[in-house]
Design a protein around this ligand. Structure first.
Ligand SMILES: [Zn+2]
Length: 92
């Protein structure tokens, strides 16, 4: 597996890599302190899922508005990560 610490991949290299999670073509990259700050190439769907998790922590009340705006910006179908739209319903 490719590992890169420090600087992120340049776009020219990133776009030749596969998503760390699913193997689709990478379009984005992330690193996390708890993952050794290694840059991980990601497809659009997995980039959006990470953004979703982060926004849910940072903005517990209005994460969904921000996530929808982001999906529009990158031309990604929000429905693919929306889990059936019941995000405000508490489960017993
Ligand atoms: Zn993926």
């Amino acid at each position: 597996m490719t590992e890169r610490r420090g600087k992120p991949y340049p776009d020219s290299k990133l776009y030749k890599l596969d998503c760390h999670v699913c193997g689709e073509k990478a379009k984005f990259q992330w690193n996390a302190c708890a993952d050794g700050n290694v840059w991980r190439p990601l497809c659009a769907k997995h980039d959006v899922l990470i953004n979703k998790a982060v926004l849910q922590v940072l903005y517990p009340k209005d994460w969904e508005v921000k996530l929808k705006e982001y999906c529009e910006d990158i031309e990604f179908n929000y429905e693919e990560v929306s889990n059936g739209k019941r995000s405000r319903t508490k489960r017993a």
